[in-house]
Design a protein around this ligand. Structure first.
Ligand code: FES
Length: 326
C-alpha cells in the first residue's frame, strides 16, 4: 500500500461538463481563483463529497487527465442506478459553476515508471486511470499498450480524447457487440511474463478478476499485476468476535452483521470511513494482535498475508479477538 496523500480539503468548481456516451459524465474541476492545483501522479484519485438533502457520501473517482496539466483536474463518472447512490448524486450535483468539496489527490494505484513494458487493461469506466497513465507513459517515451473493453462501440466514452491523443495509436479497442475476434483474449493479448513487464487492471469486478486470474495463470508475478477496484461486492457478515482498541483499552463486540468500524464508533472510537466496501483504503488500521479475515480489495496479497493491517469498514477476524493500534 502506498499513498502520496494530500489530505487537505478544498472546494473546486465545475468548469466544464461533457456528456460522454454510455452515461458517463466527464467533468473538469478547477480552483475558484484559477490557481494551479496540487500535482498528481498517474493512477491517483480524488475523494469527492456528495452532499445534498439526505445524501452525504464520499466517493473516489480516478483522475483521467494528463498529470502534466494541473490547471484543472478531470474525472469521468458512470451513472449507475444500481450502485449505492454516489454516481447518481454526482450526475445530479455536477452543475456547471457548482462546487464540490474534495480531498486528495491520493494514489493507491501507482505506475512503475521504469518498467520496460507496460500493458494497461481498462474495462468500461475503468478506463479513467488508464488515460492518465497513458499520458504519463507517453511523456516518458515508454513502450505501452492500452486495451480498452466496452459493452458496445456506440457507448464507448473518451473516443474523441483517444483519437486526438498523441498516444492514441497505442489503444486497442474491444467491444462486446462486435465479432469475437476483436474481443479481449487474454491468451493473445497478455504480454509474455517478464520481470520488467507490468500490468494494470481497472474496471468492473468480474472483468478485473478475469484478467488478473489469466495473468497469474500465465506466470506474471503478483507484484507486477496492479489493480484498482472502484467498487466491490463485499460480504461483511460472519461469526462474532471482539476488538480491543489498545490506546484506550476499550473492548467491543462485533456481531455477525456488524462491522469493526461501527462497533467502535458506538463506543465513541471513531475511525474515518469513506467507501464502506473495502476499496478506498481510508479506514486501514494497524493490527497488534489476532488474525484478520480480509474482505477488502484494497490491501495487496502480501499485506493480507502479513496480517498487520485491516480495513475496518468490512473485514473481520479469524481469531476470537483482534487488538488494533487505535
Ligand atoms: S472505508 Fe474505504 S476501505 Fe474502508
Amino acid at each position: 500500500m502506498s499513498d502520496d496523500t494530500d489530505s487537505k480539503t478544498r472546494i473546486l468548481t465545475v468548469i466544464e461538463r461533457i456528456e460522454e456516451p454510455g452515461d458517463i459524465l466527464r467533468v473538469k474541476l478547477a480552483a475558484p481563483d484559477g490557481a494551479a492545483l496540487p500535482a498528481f501522479t498517474a493512477g491517483a484519485h480524488l475523494d469527492i463529497r456528495l452532499s445534498a438533502g439526505d445524501t452525504d457520501l464520499w466517493r473516489q473517482y480516478s483522475l483521467c487527465s494528463d498529470p502534466a496539466q494541473i490547471g484543472h483536474y478531470e474525472i469521468g463518472v458512470l451513472r449507475d442506478p444500481n450502485s449505492r447512490g454516489g454516481s447518481v448524486a454526482f450526475h445530479r450535483l455536477a452543475a456547471l459553476g457548482g462546487g464540490f468539496t474534495i480531498e486528495g489527490p491520493r494514489n493507491h494505484f501507482e505506475l512503475a515508471e521504469d518498467a520496460r513494458r507496460t500493458v494497461l487493461f481498462g474495462g468500461g469506466i475503468g478506463i479513467t486511470p488508464m488515460l492518465a497513465m497513458a499520458w504519463r507513459l507517453h511523456a516518458l517515451n515508454r513502450d505501452f499498450t492500452l486495451h480498452y473493453c466496452t459493452r458496445s462501440e456506440r457507448a464507448t466514452a473518451f473516443r474523441d480524447t483517444i483519437a486526438t491523443a498523441p498516444w492514441g495509436h497505442r489503444v486497442v479497442f474491444h467491444h462486446d457487440d462486435l465479432p469475437q475476434a476483436q474481443r479481449l483474449d487474454p491468451a493473445r493479448d497478455l504480454p509474455a511474463p517478464e520481470a520488467g513487464t507490468h500490468l494494470y487492471v481497472c474496471g468492473p469486478q468480474g472483468f478485473m478478476d478475469w484478467v488478473i486470474d489469466a495473468a497469474k495463470s500465465a506466470g506474471h508475478a503478483p507484484a507486477n499485476i496492479h489493480r484498482e477496484y472502484f467498487s466491490a461486492q463485499v460480504d461483511i457478515t460472519g461469526e462474532g468476535f471482539e476488538v480491543t482498541a489498545s490506546r484506550s483499552g476499550v473492548t467491543v463486540s462485533v456481531g455477525p452483521e456488524d462491522t469493526i468500524a461501527k462497533a467502535l464508533a458506538r463506543a465513541g472510537i471513531s475511525i474515518p470511513v469513506k467507501c464502506e466496501e473495502g476499496v478506498c483504503g481510508t479506514c486501514v488500521t494497524d493490527v497488534l494482535d489476532g488474525t484478520p479475515d480480509h474482505r477488502d480489495q484494497f490491501l495487496t496479497d502480501e499485506e493480507r498475508a502479513e496480517g498487520s493491517m485491516i480495513c475496518v469498514c468490512c473485514s473481520r477476524a479469524r481469531s476470537k479477538s483482534l487488538v488494533l493500534d487505535i
